[in-house]
Design a protein around this ligand. Structure first.
Ligand code: 5GP
Length: 188
């Protein structure tokens, strides 16, 4: 059996984070890679759990040192996947990354033998907009910008290996578990 790099993407608010937590809780052979970001922590976020929150200059230094497997910029902030963590873990476990479309495609390009791209989509755009505005963490303009981003991300679904609709967390979790099981058995 091979170890896989499971890349989970999908618009924010779609339930990716909850799904990843459920997957991790039920699989000791799966670990999550925590990304670095230069954005400020949101209420309730803990350094080292959701992200490693670092400064712009630290991020740039780490880019220069080739410390990121991939990185990208969203809303004026950098986000990147630590290379050494992922490479080390993949020797004994599968690794899950929760990253955007550009990052996912880069991960596939850089690690084609390991990366499995899974896009999580909402049952409908209206439902997602309701969930996002319910968070109440940002203003009207930021919400509109996020919805533009959502449409862009969903348009990239054909580039993914799998697209799963998150209509029910437990069902969607099982679908992803099945994808991981099958992918691990593939001979590459
Ligand atoms: P948020 O600020 O809402 O946590 O994340 C904004 C976007 O950054 C999301 O689409 C998220 O998937 C993406 N993201 C988080 N970590 C990484 C990463 O390491 N690399 C890339 N390319 N995108 C990331």
């Amino acid at each position: 059996m091979r170890n896989v790099l499971v890349v989970i993407s999908g618009p924010s608010g779609v339930g990716k984070g909850t799904l990843v937590d459920l997957l991790l809780a039920e699989d000791n052979d799966l670990v999550e890679s925590v990304s670095c970001t230069t954005r400020a922590p949101r209420a309730g976020e803990v350094n080292g759990r959701e992200y490693f929150f670092i400064t712009q200059s630290e991020f740039r230094n780490r880019i220069a040192e080739n410390d990121f497997l991939e990185y990208d910029e969203h809303f004026g902030n950098y986000y990147g996947t630590p290379r050494s963590f992922v490479e080390r873990q993949l020797r004994s476990k599968s690794v899950v990354l929760e990253i955007d479309v550009v990052g996912a495609l880069n991960a596939k390009r850089l690690m084609p033998e390991s990366a499995v791209l899974v896009m999580v989509t909402p049952p409908s755009l209206e439902e997602l907009e309701r969930r996002l505005s319910g968070r109440g963490s940002e203003g009207e303009e930021a919400l509109r910008e996020r919805m533009r981003r959502v449409r862009y991300e969903l348009d990239q679904a054909p580039l993914y290996d799998y697209v799963v609709v998150n209509d029910d967390l437990q069902r969607t979790k099982r679908e992803i578990q099945e994808i991981i099981r099958k992918e691990k058995e593939k001979q590459i």
